[in-house]
Design a protein around this ligand. Structure first.
Ligand code: NCD
Ligand code: ZN
Length: 356
């Protein structure tokens, strides 16, 4: 196959940040995706419906002229989340979903949930309302090895939470392990997972190839090769439970290349092209549309996008450092490397896109 046309895809897990960084990174997502689930871990986090609407407005103002992009907003859950505001926000369309960060599990999660039992009331209301819960599935117990934190979280926390709320829609975000894939497969229809392109492409060894590689560090951290292979099987299986979520998480180069470099991989600039490469390598290009464009909307109960997008098997290149207003830059995943697949002629809402 030298060309593949898909319904326009969506990104079901994305960090867009705010201010100058938002302006710098958003065009890369808009080029490929119609909608994105926007993570709420700003500083301070997006916790109320009013804050989500304000943030949606700032994203809307940063969308390049003529482009068509719908941000789907999320609420950052905390021990004291106001469940009335949350459910009203879901009903009004301010919030598509709510995000559970165990406090301290990852970047900008300090204000997250300290003990899931404390938000049982909120989870019960979400279950009743059909509001999806998006889970950062890692234990915060410092005694648990960083490579085991997803599996331990599933055993110690997620299993019992799902037993308490069997009707709750749950997405195990950025799944990284065999244990995670198996757990999602064994669950009901209301349990799904997103898979990032970097976890499909790198294993934990990549972080140490020829020296420490801070731009390949994210949370959950990449795992052993056998986990990467299981993720590739799940993503390319066509199963409805697995869909695309880049977890593109931009940080200034200075914050990554530091003695304590922060977690997050900026994959937005070539995400779809790299997913296409993975699916091609797995001989599963016929499953890419399900993963990128169909399974996510079906889980969220949303319509699939109008319009299509075409990928061509022709060489391209991942951009180098992306400048951010104010002097900083952000480095894309696989910056400067050759791409096997590139975006061809794009249609947005059925019309030719001038910008393409
Ligand atoms: C994310 C970020 O930088 O906001 N970092 C990451 O490594 N993925 C937070 C997250 O999704 O865990
Ligand atoms: Zn994330």
């Amino acid at each position: 196959m030298t060309e593949i046309t898909l319904r326009r895809p969506d990104d079901w897990h994305l960090h867009l940040r705010d201010g100058d960084m938002l302006k710098a990174v958003l065009p890369f997502t808009v080029r490929q995706f119609s909608r994105a689930i926007v993570m709420p871990n700003l500083v301070p986090p997006v916790r109320t419906a009013a804050e989500a609407e304000a943030y949606r407005g700032r994203i809307g103002a940063a969308v390049p002229e003529g482009a068509d992009f719908t941000p789907l907003m999320t609420c950052y859950l905390a021990d004291d989340t106001d469940s009335d505001d949350l459910i009203r926000g879901h009903q009004s369309g301010a919030f598509t979903a709510a995000k559970l960060y165990p406090a301290g599990a990852t970047t900008h999660s300090a204000d997250g949930v300290t003990d899931i039992a404390r938000i049982d009331g909120v989870l019960g209301r979400m279950e009743e309302a059909g509001m999806p819960l998006l889970v950062h599935g890692e234990t915060t117990d410092p005694d648990v090895d960083v490579f085991d934190r997803e599996a331990v979280f599933i055993d110690n926390t997620l299993k019992s939470m799902i037993e308490r709320f069997p009707g709750l829609k749950v997405v195990l975000e950025h799944v990284t392990t065999i244990e995670g894939v198996d757990f999602v497969r064994a669950g009901g229809e209301n349990l799904a997972a997103t898979i990032t392109v970097h976890h499909l492409m790198i294993n934990r060894g990549a972080m140490f190839e020829g020296g420490i590689r801070p731009h390949l560090y994210c949370l959950p951290v990449a795992k052993r090769e056998r986990h990467r292979l299981a993720l590739r099987k799940a993503a390319t299986s066509g199963e409805a439970k697995f869909f695309l979520g880049t977890d593109s998480a931009p940080h200034p180069v200075s914050a990554k290349e530091a003695a304590r470099g922060c977690a997050g991989i900026f994959s937005a600039p070539a995400a779809l092209e790299l997913y296409a490469q993975v699916f091609d390598d797995e001989d599963a290009l016929d499953k890419l549309e399900a993963f990128a464009s169909l399974n996510g909307p079906a889980f969220y109960g949303l319509a699939v996008n109008e319009g299509t997008l075409t990928l061509k098997k022709q060489e391209g290149r991942v951009p180098g450092d992306v400048p951010v207003e104010g002097g900083e830059a952000v480095k894309p995943f696989h910056a400067g490397q050759t791409l096997a697949w590139t975006l061809g002629h794009e249609l947005i809402n059925g019309d030719d896109c001038d910008a393409c």
